[in-house]
Design a protein around this ligand. Structure first.
Ligand SMILES: Nc1ncnc2c1ncn2[C@@H]1O[C@H](COP(=O)(O)OP(=O)(O)OP(=O)(O)O)[C@@H](O)[C@H]1O
Length: 250
């Protein structure tokens, strides 16, 4: 469903992505994990066409996204990082905008909006401005907007950040059913337990490259995914120099 080859991206002197390769099969729930600043958001932004790579290729469902960006984007639903969204719209208006942008007719858009709002449990908030939503509610309406055109691939940057455990279970259920029906999810997360539980495959990105990838059980081996992740990320750092914090100033 997705192939990424030789991806490079620098911001001035900072190398964010350094020759990254990724292969995601159709029907997979694929997790991307990595320490802060590893290049996850940069990679996902390039895959979804929000950012241009310095070098490398992205193929979505066999389509070269660099050469045919419109065709590639049609197949993808995107949840960007930092919840960049049009928050002066109501939830209903945001979903209507997302559906119309994706070429759905008004009746279909309204029907799907109602279905998604019910599935995510945000029906009562549909008439309110997204700017007034809580972080978790904003995440849910943004997820709904990413799904409204029933894309083949969902690229979700931190979909569970700020989402309460009950809502996370709801979101997980929706994503699992989507994957069971043949959809593909690529998500980034700092929740190792969650990735180990819901993803079938994982890539560990450190310093802009994939250090390990494959089926979750293969990548983690005898360890938990968290232990394996910490090992790949260079181990726990011993904290020194904060002794002053323990000599309370009052
Ligand atoms: N717009 C930008 N301008 C300059 N540097 C950037 C920009 N965006 C990202 N970077 C740098 O690129 C590197 C990778 O950042 P990126 O946001 O892709 O990491 P990440 O893995 O998503 O991190 P996190 O887990 O903290 O969200 C970091 O060193 C970051 O400071």
């Amino acid at each position: 469903m997705l192939a990424v080859t030789g991806l490079h991206k620098s911001y001035g002197d900072v190398v964010a992505v350094d020759g990254l390769n990724l292969s995601v099969r159709a029907g997979s729930m694929y997790g991307i994990v990595g320490p802060n600043g590893a290049g996850k958001t940069t990679t996902l932004s390039i895959i979804t066409g929000l950012l241009r790579a310095d070098a490398g290729h992205v193929y979505v469902n066999g389509v070269d996204a660099g050469k045919h960006p419109r065709d590639a984007k049609r197949a993808v639903g995107v949840l960007p990082d930092h919840l960049r969204t049009f928050d002066r719209l109501t939830g209903a208006q945001l979903l209507y905008y997302a559906g119309t942008l994706r070429g759905l007719d008004p009746a279909t858009t309204r029907q799907r909006s109602a279905d998604l709002a019910a599935a995510f449990g945000i029906e009562d908030a549909m008439g309110r401005l997204v700017a007034d939503y809580s972080a978790g509610m904003t995440k849910k309406v943004s997820l709904a907007a990413a799904m409204i055109h029933s894309p083949r691939l969902l690229v979700l940057d931190e979909p569970f950040e700020g989402v309460d455990p009950v809502s996370a279970a709801t979101v997980t259920g929706i994503l699992k059913r989507y994957v069971d029906a043949g959809g593909t999810v690529l998500l980034s997360s700092h929740g190792m337990d969650l990735v180990q539980r819901i993803c079938d495959s994982v890539a560990v990105i450190v310093g802009g490259v994939v250090l390990d990838s494959g089926p979750v059980d293969q990548v983690r081996g005898e360890k938990t995914l968290e232990e394996r992740f910490i090992e790949l990320a260079g181990g726990r750092k011993a904290v020194e120099g904060l002794e002053w914090l323990h000599s309370f100033s009052d």
